[in-house]
Structure formats: structure tokens, C-alpha cells
Design a protein around this ligand. Structure first.
Ligand SMILES: [Ca+2]
Length: 366
């Protein structure tokens, strides 16, 4: 809700409307309307203006650190497109894009997408250890790295993920950062385990507790037994997942496997002829074609970005639950209500439309 009442002056003339925000003399808006005399259309224009203005006034952009394994699957590319679409709309601010996967294309891929969307200088970090290393077997990553410009040519040029987390978190206001994790938990476990350094005297866990508002993650799964499941992001580095699930000190929202599984996107994107020379479209086109997929890819990672920026409603509901992570990476329900776990409210098709519209966002003209 608005914190204070905003006063406007309105001038309506035959070709349009002039709106001035009274206590902000520079905030004058002109809505030009070509035809004369149609008060109904003028009213609709006015209404849309105030809806937009109200939205812009009341929502601060969500500050996001995005942690991804971007290579073994391409929903991460869709998630990056959403992230930049939200940034272009003033709904998000991208503080860093970080890879939890040491496979050789991950940093160049992040750099391709950040460059394509006009933000080549977003800090990029990567896990500085041999594992996890999950390749891009569909070769969409190698293809977009070969075709599109990117500031960072190799993983070596990106900084250590945990160092970057500590540097950025320490410079942000308290409880202001949303961490979106759509890959393995290696970096986040490393962050929790970290100790005082040149950026902060706090331990990693204390730094997270002080600076992070929430963690939103695509992770875990509840299978037919209703109490457990195996999910890739959790299984790849099970020890790290266990550490994060047991010790993360802020609210956590989880989009489980069975959510993104049902939301299919990508077909409208690859058939959209107005989108040319786009690494997002190329990645989906190459991968969907390789899979002979004509229905669309599951939108796991995109759901995490959507919820991180715009919230759970109106697309999803939730239940509260808690998980333990077993040695082999199985997530098992245990007592407690630590996590907010998404459930469907709208249909997967309705949510898919919102996501795919955002995936088709094109860079703002420079
Ligand atoms: Ca992913």
C-alpha cells in the first residue's frame, strides 16, 4: 500500500492527457490519445496509468544473487531470461550470476546472456573446485558461446563463488538480498562454512542471516509415497544439500520437481519470428530439436525466479514442511515447518503462459 497519498494535477485536452505529480514537479506524464471525444478510452488510459504508477511507486526491485548449474539443462537459460526481463522492468536488480558447476561452458554462458541483455558487467562467480562438473550433452551451450559475444571467455576469468557471495552480501543493506538457487548447493554450503575475511568479520552463516531476506530454490521432490523423492539439484552434491537444508538461517521457499515438471514452455519462443539472433531462442531451439520435443520443456528453474521476484500468489499456494537430506541425496519429510513448499493454484498452462511471455522478452535497445 502507498506510504503517503500522492497528489496529481490532470489536464485533459482533445488529443491526450497531461498528468503532473504535484510534489515531484519533474514527474510529468503525457498520454497522447489520437482521436477525440472518447471518454471511455481516456478513462481506461488513466486507470492503466495509475495502476502502473502505483506499482512502480510501491515495489522496490528485488536484489538477486542467481546461482545456477547452467549446462546439463536449459531451463536455466529460461530462468536467466526471466531475470533480465524483470531487471528491464525495474522489478529486479541482478547483483551477481554464479555457477555451481565447473563444466567449461558455464561462465561463458552466463557472460553471453548477461551481455545479450545489455548487462555485461554483472559480477560472475564460479565454484573453484573440480566437482560438481555436469556437462552440456545437448551442445546448446557450446553453440551459443561460439556464436554470441561475451566478456568472460573461460571459467578461470570468474571469481571464486564463496568470495563473491561474501563481497556482495557484506555491501548490501540488512535482510535485503534474495538468493535464487536453481542448481547444486555446493556454493551455498561453502558460504555457510566460510569464515571472516577481507569483506566481513562475520562467519558465513551470520552474514547470510544478517543480509539475506530469503532463499528461493528449485529443489527436492515429493514422489508418489507422499513423503520423499530424489531430485537432481539435491543429489549431485548431497553433503552440501544436507548442510544447507539443515542450517540455512533465513526463510526458504522451494519449488519442488513436481511443480516445474508440469509447466511446459519453449515452443512459442522458438516459433516467434520477431525474435532473431537470440541466445535464449537458440538454446531452446537446439535442445528441443535434439530431443524431438514438440510440447515444450519443463519450467523448473523459471518458477523459482518468478516466485523470487513477484511472490507466490496468484500462481501458487504453499504448504509448510521440513526435509532431511539423506546420504544418497534423497529428500525425506521430517517434522517441522521450516520451508515454504509450492503447490499449484492456477493451472500449469496459465502459469506457463506468464513464464513464456517473459522468456520472450528481448533486450532493451541500448
Ligand atoms: Ca538448473
Amino acid at each position: 500500500m502507498p506510504s503517503k497519498l500522492q497528489m496529481f494535477s490532470l489536464q485533459v485536452w482533445d488529443r491526450g492527457i497531461k498528468i503532473t505529480v504535484l510534489n515531484k514537479p519533474k514527474a510529468t506524464f503525457l498520454i497522447i490519445y489520437k482521436q477525440t471525444g472518447d471518454m471511455k478510452k481516456i478513462f481506461i488510459l488513466l486507470l492503466s496509468f495509475f495502476c502502473f504508477f502505483g506499482f512502480a511507486q510501491n515495489r522496490k526491485p528485488v536484489a538477486i544473487i542467481f546461482d545456477t548449474d547452467i549446462a546439463p539443462d536449459f531451463d536455466d537459460v529460461g530462468a536467466m531470461a526471466l531475470l533480465h526481463a524483470f531487471a528491464d522492468r525495474g522489478e529486479a536488480r541482478i547483483l551477481a550470476t554464479i555457477s555451481c558447476n565447473s563444466f567449461e561452458t558455464t561462465v561463458p554462458t552466463l557472460s553471453v546472456l548477461n551481455t545479450y541483455f545489455g548487462r555485461p558487467d554483472i559480477p560472475v562467480g564460479i565454484v573453484k573446485q573440480i566437482l560438481p562438473n555436469k556437462n552440456c550433452s545437448q551442445f546448446w551451450a557450446q553453440a551459443i558461446v561460439a556464436k554470441y559475444p561475451h566478456a568472460l571467455q573461460s571459467n578461470d576469468e570468474a571469481v571464486d563463488a564463496v568470495k563473491l557471495y561474501r563481497k556482495i552480501l557484506s555491501s548490501q543493506p540488512d535482510k535485503s538480498v534474495t538468493v535464487v538457487s536453481v542448481g547444486f548447493f555446493t556454493n551455498l554450503a561453502g558460504l555457510l562454512n566460510s569464515t571472516a575475511d577481507e569483506y566481513s568479520t562475520l562467519t558465513g552463516k551470520a552474514l547470510v542471516k544478517k543480509k539475506v531476506k530469503q532463499l528461493v530454490s528449485m529443489a527436492a521432490r515429493i514422489d508418489k509415497d507422499g513423503r520423499s523423492g530424489y531430485e537432481f539439484n539435491v543429489m549431485v552434491d548431497a553433503a552440501a544439500s544436507k548442510k544447507v537444508f539443515a542450517n540455512w538461517p533465513t526463510p526458504v521457499t522451494i519449488s519442488g520437481f513436481e511443480i516445474g515438471e508440469k509447466i511446459l514452455t519453449g515452443i512459442r519462443l522458438i516459433h516467434n519470428q520477431t525474435i532473431q539472433n537470440s541466445p535464449v531462442k537458440d538454446a531452446f531451439e537446439i535442445a528441443l530439436t535434439k530431443d524431438s520435443n514438440t510440447v515444450g520443456r519443463n519450467s523448473w528453474d523459471e518458477t523459482a525466479v518468478l516466485v523470487a521476484v513477484r511472490g507466490i500468489a496468484p500462481w501458487f499456494g504453499y504448504r509448510r514442511l521440513n526435509f532431511d537430506i539423506e546420504k544418497d541425496g534423497k529428500n525425506v519429510l521430517i517434522s517441522g515447518e521450516k520451508f515454504t513448499y509450492l503447490t499449484f493454484k492456477q493451472t500449469p498452462e496459465e502459469i506457463g503462459k506468464v513464464i513464456e511471455d517473459l522468456m520472450m522478452h528481448q533486450p532493451k535497445k541500448q
